[in-house]
Design a binder for this molecule. Structure first.
Ligand code: CAA
Length: 276
């Protein structure tokens, strides 16, 4: 069943370097089952060590849903020990997503609830489609966000806004999600209804691809090192943060790409980076 519930697509031609990871479990609205998480982790391992992978877009194949969170039906049949084991593997999967060296973009075209929302918080950027619905409904299920939501959302929007969402279990559409700084970009309804524009469920993905294409021509090692430095910036003290930035900078100095950037500037042309 591997790679069926999570599909990894490598783009070609002008988009070579973009990888799309598609959650594909329509019958359960992409709910995170043991099997889906296993497939997801296998795909992430492939991406992590792929030197040609420059930008990763995470999307859903299911109309109106990004991911419905933990599989509540599978959960009902688990012993407490199995629940703990499953939560552990889900948290590992999220850490693996968050720590991918490449930039990641979540295209959210529908419900991203509980674990589904927490998964999107492990991406570097989020794009909301017209039907995006983001929320942490856990307290309405008499549990609390258990896959990093309390930490990652707090880092993103602060404790008070996070409490507002968690205490109420409220679901946010694209506008409030944008206003609260949860998503970087959104696609409004009218735009997707224009002639020639992609259908609703594709809108967030198309926009996410636009972001990916904007990242793609930049120095691959530089983008990876920038991600690393920025990720450390919010977790370590300022002097360690500056030290990490310097260490990351040191990684780009010996690259061919850095010299190509200088040459291209001098010759007034676009640089062509190789990722080394
Ligand atoms: N687990 C298992 N099955 C789920 C599911 C879930 N989280 N979410 C949806 N499904 C199933 C439904 O039971 C239904 O199955 P049947 O056809 O067999 O009845 C099927 O998917 C379709 O669902 P809906 O008819 O509800 O579809 P919809 O389009 O009307 O609504 C939805 C979609 C908004 C995602 C809605 O299904 C929903 O609200 N789901 C629950 C979301 C939720 O509460 N998630 C939080 C889980 S807790 C968590 O994630 C914490 C953690 O441990 C990390």
């Amino acid at each position: 069943t591997s790679a069926k519930e999570v599909i990894l697509t490598r783009h070609t031609g002008a988009d070579a370097g973009i990888l799309t990871l598609t959650l594909n479990r329509p019958k359960a609205k992409n709910a995170l089952s043991r099997n889906l998480v296993k497939d997801f982790r296998a795909a992430l391992e492939e991406i992590r060590f792929d030197n040609d992978a420059r930008v990763v877009v995470l999307r859903s194949s299911v109309a109106g849903v990004f991911c419905a969170g933990a599989d509540l039906k599978e959960r009902a049949g688990m012993t407490p020990q199995e629940v703990s084991q499953f939560l552990h593997s889900m948290k590992m999967a999220f850490r693996e997503l968050e720590s991918l060296p490449q930039p990641t973009i979540a295209a959210i075209d529908g419900a991203a609830l509980g674990g589904g929302f927490e998964m999107s918080l492990c991406c570097d950027l989020r794009v909301a489609g017209p039907r995006a619905l983001l929320g942490l409904p856990e307290t309405s299920l008499a549990i609390i966000p258990g896959a990093g939501g309390t930490l990652r959302l707090t880092k993103l929007i602060g404790p008070s806004q996070t409490k507002a969402l968690v205490f109420t279990a409220r679901r946010l559409g694209p506008f409030p999600a944008m206003a609260m700084g949860i998503v970087n970009d959104m696609v409004e309804h009218p735009e997707c209804m224009d002639e020639g524009k992609p259908a609703d469920q594709e809108a967030a993905y198309e926009r996410a691809l636009e972001w990916a294409r904007e990242i793609l021509p930049n120095g691959p090692v530089a983008v990876r090192m920038a991600k690393r430095a920025i990720d450390h910036a919010s977790t370590v003290d300022p002097s360690t943060g500056l030290d990490v930035e310097q260490l990351c900078y040191a990684q780009v100095i010996p690259t061919e790409d850095r010299l190509e950037g200088l040459r291209a500037f001098k010759e007034k042309r676009k640089p062509i980076y190789k990722g080394c």
